[in-house]
Design a protein around this ligand. Structure first.
Ligand SMILES: Cc1cc2nc3c(=O)[nH]c(=O)nc-3n(C[C@H](O)[C@H](O)[C@H](O)COP(=O)(O)O)c2cc1C
Length: 411
């Protein structure tokens, strides 16, 4: 793996980061364009809904129901835009054919509800979960989500609530055929169960969840970077991460067909820790990366948000656990994708963090991403994914790009 002297990050506040690193990186990320969007009548309706349903977690829980309703209403039932893309993997995992390169990030549908309806919203994939082996209630305190409109961002401290891998995989099994007919694929995000400390037991737990997820889904994400429980940051335990990924990739050798396995990292790793993680991932023969998870809330000061720090922390009862998402992450996402693409030219990359405009999708594809993921934009933009699909198509037309299939960025 080739090393670079300059650091990729807007913030470099992880294990060994320093403020001087941060400054160097900010200089580098000046090329990031935010592609702002105009707010329309739909966004006003969304604001009204937010005033009526004040609890963000309740709104989040209604999202799948909304997806099912919206899908049933013509003329929007099938957005007919030519954004099809087939993702081919260097390790010869089964290719993924998506009607759009925009995927719903993990956490957006934790219960595997109404999965096929997300095709009608414009998604080309849904990363379901994260799933743990058994069902979990998540963190016991409330609220677990807070909105920061000035930054079009939010913090969450859900704590991996989910119905468990068996329930999730069963729903994915049922929905997969219909999703494929609509050119939407389904991944399952696998997380370890908080509370299991003994390393062998932890690996056995993740392997069991992984095996069940693998049977059901088109691709697997390994969530080794959840900041919400205080126990799921395996990307900061390098020796353990290496062992875990080795075991998972060994297990995959005995499973057919070969499906893509991607590791999801945290955006707060220092340059050294990031390089160490990339080396581990490369050595393990993992198919790709999801860049990134939420940014740990207790480091919010490094993001230079418009929302005062006193309002960001603490989320009630969260003891500093939790993650920030949304627009404030984008200034990191783009340069990080560029950097990692140069380091590991053959790995698949799903870019995630602050994607809220179709032109950002094209910029990320240009930077070397194979697809993008988003979630927080849905809380700020009405009909967000259909709009982003249209913006993406306009951005492609403006540059004479006929189709995403076979599009080879020159950047
Ligand atoms: C409420 C909420 C719950 C989330 N749950 C998960 C999760 O269970 N697993 C996971 O890998 N990421 C989870 N995420 C992180 C998202 O998948 C994504 O990485 C992050 O929000 C950045 O993307 P965005 O800026 O488009 O929201 C969650 C994010 C939010 C806002």
């Amino acid at each position: 793996m080739r090393r670079e002297r300059l650091l990729p990050y807007s913030y470099n506040v992880g294990n060994t980061g320093s403020m001087s690193d941060t400054l160097k990186i900010e200089q580098r990320s000046q090329g990031v364009v935010h592609h702002d969007y105009r707010r329309g009548p739909g966004d006003l309706l969304l604001e009204t809904i937010k005033r009526m349903v004040r609890n963000p977690e309740t709104r989040h829980n209604l999202f799948a129901t909304y997806a099912a309703m919206a899908d049933a209403i013509p003329p929007h039932a099938r957005p007919n835009l030519d954004l099809e893309k087939t993702i081919r993997f260097q390790d010869r995992s089964v290719p993924l054919t998506l009607a759009s390169p925009i995927m719903l990030a993990a956490g957006g549908n934790k219960h595997a509800n109404h999965l096929a309806a997300y095709a009608g919203m414009g998604f080309g994939a849904v990363s379901v979960g994260s799933a743990t082996r058994e069902a979990r209630e998540g963190n016991p305190f409330r609220p677990r989500m807070r909105m920061f409109p000035a930054d079009r961002s939010m913090s969450n401290s859900m704590g991996l609530n989910n119905p468990g891998i068996e329930a999730i995989a069963t729903e994915v099994d049922k929905a997969l055929g219909k999703c494929h007919r609509r050119k939407m694929v389904l991944g399952i995000s696998v997380a370890d169960t908080p509370g299991i400390e003994e390393p062998d037991a932890k690996i056995a737990e993740v392997l069991a969840t992984f095996r069940r997820a693998y049977r059901a889904a088109d691709y697997i994400e390994l969530n080794v970077s959840c900041p919400n429980t205080g126990e799921n940051r395996m990307d900061t335990q390098e020796a353990f991460l290496a062992e875990l990924l080795h075991e998972i990739m060994e297990a995959r050798k005995g499973l057919a067909p070969k499906k893509a396995v991607l590791v999801k990292l945290s955006p707060d790793l220092s340059a050294r820790a990031l390089d160490a993680n990339l080396q581990i991932i490369s050595d393990a023969g993992v198919t790709g990366l999801v860049l990134f998870n939420t940014f740990p809330s207790d480091k919010a000061r490094y993001l230079r948000m418009s929302t005062p720090e006193s309002e960001i922390m603490p989320v009630t009862g969260s003891e500093g656990k939790g993650g920030l998402s949304g627009r404030i992450l984008y200034k990191n996402t783009l340069p990080a994708v560029q950097y990692i693409r140069r380091q590991l030219p053959k790995l698949a990359i799903f870019a995630c963090g602050g994607v809220d405009h179709g032109s950002k999708v094209l910029d990320l594809l240009d930077a070397g991403a194979d697809a993008v993921q988003c979630y927080t934009v849905i809380a700020y933009r009405w009909n967000a994914v259909r709009k982003m699909n249209r913006e993406l198509l306009e951005a492609m037309r403006a540059r004479g790009i006929q189709s995403l299939d076979g599009y080879a960025p020159t950047a």
